[in-house]
Design a binder for this molecule. Structure first.
Ligand code: NAP
Length: 315
């Protein structure tokens, strides 16, 4: 537990996976004198009360941000502009306003015009998540040893940037700062493209005629199963990500299609050397991610295995 709260009042808007995880961590770590939260959905608000997620659950966004020193908007990217419009006139002078959206260029363009000059707007993206959504899916430890990327606009107050960085470090995250457009390019290849591939391959398998659906499910441990986890991610969130990061995703998709064509050609020509060289290179990338502590080195992606039945004692 921290000796002193970092902020007198922290407000979280949107109590899904990310928002409910943040507010849980704020409470557990004592990072705010008072935590306040809200959500557009009355069901989510009453569930948040039942779970005791924050000190206070407000009925509206405007009421929630009153006198807050830090406001974090945790709604789908496509809803961030409307949320900024709903809170703009009610923000306290000197407050830090941030978000957690998976795309950053559009957040800056759509939120900033609604926010008064008296607040510090510092967008952020915690690169952490699961395929689950809603207030029950969150947990305080979600951000431990994950990256949180801050994308302060030009002219942002460095002390406010550092205060927000300190907040994320308190949640267990490693913090990096970069320009919004660069963030969008990096995430297009590390997150958005892999999701698109997973959505595609799971859809393709579902539409095959010569392989039955029950066979796909039965033999999924051959690799398909790991794509299905990614393809189970929230449809609203991912629709918004692809609409908001169109240019960067199309650029990365072009590079991907070229590489896919090269591998297709190698398979068609029986070019084992090209395939082997490619797979050796990609195996080294996987080792690099494990070495950086961003993945487990355990076999089968760390999935727990059932014990073999004990051998019956010999008679
Ligand atoms: P989520 O579980 O679907 O929760 C979003 C919550 O925001 C929902 O309860 C939603 O209510 C509420 N909401 C929508 N519009 C609102 C509004 N205008 N005012 C107040 N509340 C509103 O989503 P999430 O996974 O936490 O994602 C939230 C943000 O985090 C997204 O921008 C996403 O890009 C980003 N992010 C997600 C992940 C991830 O892995 N999930 C990782 C990093 C960043 P309704 O259900 O009623 O619409």
């Amino acid at each position: 537990m921290n000796s002193a709260p970092q902020f007198a009042r922290v407000t979280v808007i949107g109590l899904g996976l990310i928002g409910s995880s943040i507010v849980r961590a704020v409470k557990q770590l004592g990072l705010a004198g008072e935590s306040v939260a809200t959500d557009a959905s009355p069901e989510v608000r009453s569930r948040a009360v039942e779970l005791g997620l924050a000190d206070r659950i407000a009925a509206t966004n405007a009421e929630a941000v009153k006198d807050a020193d830090l406001v974090i908007v945790c709604v789908p990217v496509g809803a961030c502009g409307d949320v900024a419009a709903s809170i703009g006139p009610h923000l306290k002078a000197g407050a830090i306003v941030s978000d957690v959206g998976s795309v950053k260029g559009v957040i800056l363009r759509e939120m900033a015009p609604h926010l008064p000059k008296t607040v510090q707007f510092i967008p952020a993206h915690p690169v952490a998540g699961t395929e689950h959504s809603g207030p029950d899916a969150g947990f305080a430890e979600l951000f431990i040893n994950r990256w949180c990327i801050l994308t302060p606009p030009p002219g942002a107050d460095p002390s406010a940037v550092e205060k927000l960085a300190e907040f994320w470090r308190a949640l267990g995250a490693n913090v990096e700062t970069m320009a919004a457009d660069h963030h969008d390019l990096v995430l297009a290849v590390t997150s958005h493209l892999p999701h698109l591939i997973a959505y595609t391959i799971v859809g393709t398998a579902d539409e095959l005629e010569d392989v039955t659906r029950s066979e796909v499910l039965k033999f999924s441990a051959g690799g398909f199963r790991d794509f299905t986890r990614i393809a189970a991610s929230d449809p609203t969130m991912w629709r918004d990500v692809f609409l908001a990061n169109k240019d960067a995703v199309l650029e990365m998709l072009g590079a991907f299609q070229e590489d896919l064509s090269k591998l297709t050609r190698a398979i068609r020509r029986g070019d084992g050397e090209a395939l082997f060289e490619h797979f050796t290179r990609t195996r080294a990338i996987r080792r690099g991610i494990v070495n950086l502590g961003q993945e487990t080195a355990s076999a089968d992606f760390g999935r727990p295995h059932a014990d073999l039945p004990k051998k019956a004692p010999e008679k």
